[in-house]
Design a protein around this ligand. Structure first.
Ligand code: NOJ
Length: 551
């Protein structure tokens, strides 16, 4: 029997603050739904699943890059910012998808990748075909190599994905790439670069896009001294707004220009910064004069621990107040090991790293991963998350309780971090395996051959299986999102003293209360009407469980 919860129709308003407490669902398009069976998830696939997203109850979809790309970095290597990858569809398909989402009351946020283009972008091809000192090279960061023929890199910098950050072009010049060599960094001091991105922001805004997720937002502005510092010198430089490469104060001049574009629409287009900066520097990205919101990855980085959660929440709500923004909560995305898996691994320092990558490197032996405990904690964490003020980002597949896929054969791997670290970094493919929609059909209903193979246990997590199970993770998310929409209120939170260091309890201004038992032993169930729980209660609040109450 289907346990589908049919939600009332919802129409979009011009409310300029829709994003402040929105639930945003991240779609990684090539692994979501494949409508034409070519093995690449596509835009018509997303359109066909709009009823699913509506039933789930999300307020917005964030679409990871869908632009033409050679996929050197999962689409974060963009060939053309104002088009759709032909394997994913056409601009007309994009318009249809936006119309379908909007008709279902769901907004759309697209990923914008301004730090680097792909090496197949027309600008980069032109730069390669043009001489040193040309206007075409001035759109990127070119430098002469060292040594007699410029055969040595300009500096010994390492890229984020491992390996050198400078790549030679054969004439004694080298270009900078913070990420893969196929991702040359743009020169944001160049007015043409700035102008072109304003055109891109208008292009998608005119097509009805509601907001932008800004990739590597802290990397755009650069001021490279001459001579270039060494990697060690770079590392020693303070990250106080004056660093040559990262989180420079002048990056905010770029976002002030973007803000003018955002505010020329009704409602204003929104933006959220992916900025890996010290927490006290995050507020500037989130300022209403800039991007307006910034990701806070602090909960994602925390252990499943009451003290850590409380500190992170208190700190980030304070920070949101300072910036005039609302905060963002996130446990999983396309870059990290899924949270059900992280929470099922032995604690850090006991053979695993922060994101559980060591477990993957070790081949993901089952004896180290407690799947049940991991999922139980993930469900508790998510229910807590969804009761917090601010917006919540959820990543495709977490609503199915998916674990990370560890056993991806080497020859199927795609993530450049894996190749550039010669396998030392296992990479991010394990959270990018195509979704299981059904127990049969091509790739469990994904629609085409799964390029990252789905393990046998994916079948148990299929949407159709979970729809028929009242206690499934999918039904927990659906109920939670429906209740959240009903209960949503002012962005305030009051901590309640639970009298147990393992129990975290807070109340929202309208009495909506969330209590999480992070420990193992059951505790007394607090007074109040039980609205929802992440696990059966049995008259007590068991370990690794969250309950919502009206108190
Ligand atoms: C952050 C994105 O989330 C990640 O997937 C990508 O590899 C880098 N930025 C480079 O664009």
């Amino acid at each position: 029997m289907s346990d589908a919860l049919t939600l009332p129709a919802r129409t979009l308003t011009n409310d300029a603050s829709w994003w402040r407490q929105a639930v945003v669902y991240q779609v990684y398009p090539r692994a979501f739904a494949d409508s034409d069976g070519d093995g690449v998830g596509d835009l018509p696939g997303i359109t066909s699943r709009v009823p699913y997203l509506r039933e789930l109850g999300v307020d917005a979809v964030w679409l990871s890059p869908f632009y033409p790309s050679a996929l050197a970095d999962g689409g974060y290597d963009v060939d053309d910012y104002r088009d759709v990858d032909p394997r994913l569809g056409t601009l007309a398909d994009f318009d249809e998808m936006v119309a379908a989402l909007h008709a279902a009351g769901i907004r759309i946020v697209v990923d914008i990748v301004p730090n680097h283009t792909s090496d197949r972008h027309a600008w980069f091809r032109e730069a390669l075909a043009s001489p040193r000192g040309s206007a075409a090279r001035a759109r990127y960061v070119f430098r002469d190599g060292r040594g007699p023929d410029g055969a040595e890199p300009p500096a010994d910098w390492e890229s984020v994905f491992g390996g050198p950050a400078w790549e030679p072009v054969g004439d004694g010049q080298w270009y900078l790439h913070h990420f893969a060599p196929e991702q040359p960094d743009l020169n944001w001091s160049n007015p043409e670069v700035r102008e072109d991105f304003l055109t891109t922001l208008r292009f998608w805004s005119d097509r009805g896009v509601d907001g932008f997720r800004v990739d590597v937002a802290h990397g755009l502005a650069k001021d490279l001294p001459d001579p270039l510092p060494s990697a060690a010198e770079l590392e020693a430089m303070p990250k106080d707004g004056t660093h040559p490469l990262w989180d420079r104060d002048d990056v905010h001049e770029i976002y002030a220009e973007w803000r003018e574009v955002f505010d020329s629409y009704d409602p204003p287009r929104t933006a959220v910064a992916e900025a890996w900066v010290a927490a006290d520097r995050r507020a500037r990205y989130a300022s209403p004069a800039g991007l307006g919101q910034a990701f806070n990855f602090d909960l994602l980085e925390a252990d499943f621990d009451a003290r850590q959660f409380r500190d992170v929440i208190t700190f980030n709500l304070g920070l949101a107040d300072v910036s005039g923004s609302s905060t963002t909560w996130v446990f999983s995305n396309h870059d990290v090991v899924r949270h059900a898996t992280r929470y099922g691994l032995p604690p850090r320092g006991a053979g695993t790293e922060k994101h559980g990558k060591q477990w993957l490197l070790d081949g993901g032996p089952e004896d180290q991963l407690d799947r049940e405990l991991g999922l139980r904690r993930a469900r508790a964490a998510t229910l807590l998350q969804l009761a917090l003020p601010g917006s919540s980002y959820i990543y495709q597949g977490e609503e199915l309780g998916l674990h990370e896929v560890a056993d991806i054969p080497d020859d199927a791997r795609q993530d450049p971090t894996y190749f550039r670290s010669a396998g030392a970094e296992v990479g991010r493919d394990g959270c990018r395996v195509p979704l299981p929609w059904d127990t049969d059909g091509a790739s469990l209903g994904f629609g085409g051959p799964a390029q990252l193979p789905q393990p046998a246990w994916f079948r148990r997590h299929a949407v159709s299986v979970q729809e028929a199970d009242a206690g499934s993770t999918l039904n927990l998310y659906r109920r939670a999102l429906r209740l959240r929409a009903e209960l949503q209120c002012d962005e305030a939170l009051e901590w309640l003293e639970a009298g147990d260091p393992d129990v975290l309890a807070f109340r929202r201004p309208n009495g909506w209360t969330s209590v999480t038992n992070f420990g193992e032993a059951p505790v007394e169930l607090p007074a109040g009407e039980v609205l929802l729980a992440s696990a059966p209660l049995d008259g007590k609040l068991p370990g690794a469980t969250t309950v919502w109450l009206r108190g």
